[in-house]
Write a protein that binds this ligand. Sequence first.
Ligand code: SF4
Length: 256
Amino acid sequence: MSKEAVVRLVNEQENNLKSIGEKIVDNKRITDEEGLLLFEKGSLPYLGTLANYVRENLHGQKTFFNRNFHIEPTNVCVFSCHFCSYSRLYAKRHEGWELGIDQMLDIVKKYDNKPETEVHIVGGVHPKMNLPYFAELLRKIKAHRPDLHIKGFTAVELDYMFRKAKLSIEEGLKFLQEAGLDSIPGGGAEIFAPEIREKISADKVDAVGWLAIHEAAHKMGMHSNATMLYGHIEKYEHRIDHMRQLREITRSYRRL
Ligand code: SF4
């Protein structure tokens, strides 16, 4: 949509929504309160138009995607997030699955000579699948197919592995990066606000720890993304807080 068309739509809005639109067209940041107002009062087409305006300013008409496949090493997990129907506690691991390194390599081999360029490795937090175990997996994947991009392990998995190995975030990431890890996925972010996180997933890494791992990964040249688990007990203000915290740590890496 042209800038003129966006400006026309902005001018049709009532006062507060109009001033927010004007800031976005002027490439200015909006505040938490303005974000909340957009959630509460902005129509979906208006929000979509403003979001697309920002997107096109950053990336033009380009859309990016990749072809990937997943490996889920296990659904056995030491944590007990209330929303999770995927995991099984270690005591009930007979109800779940635990893949060995050869089984995971067999999955990789199924994609030999296929157009997939990335493997996404993510699963439960298994108490016995530790840092050396996953480093061996990474090394074997890279030995088999060096060009395959490996995106692996949420900050929740990484935090557990690093603490168990008694390594700092930087030391743990370096160990995995040297074994072949290229980037990290965005799972486990859920909702950062402690009053919500403590109710839905109290026993895993908190927002400070999650963000610290992603920040460290970026400083080491890895890319990452972030999820937001919404539509449960959180309110709009918690979603805004979540996005603001992400915006703050991405500020030094991207032109947002
Ligand atoms: S950490 Fe992940 S796999 Fe484990 S219980 Fe929570 S959501 Fe489920």
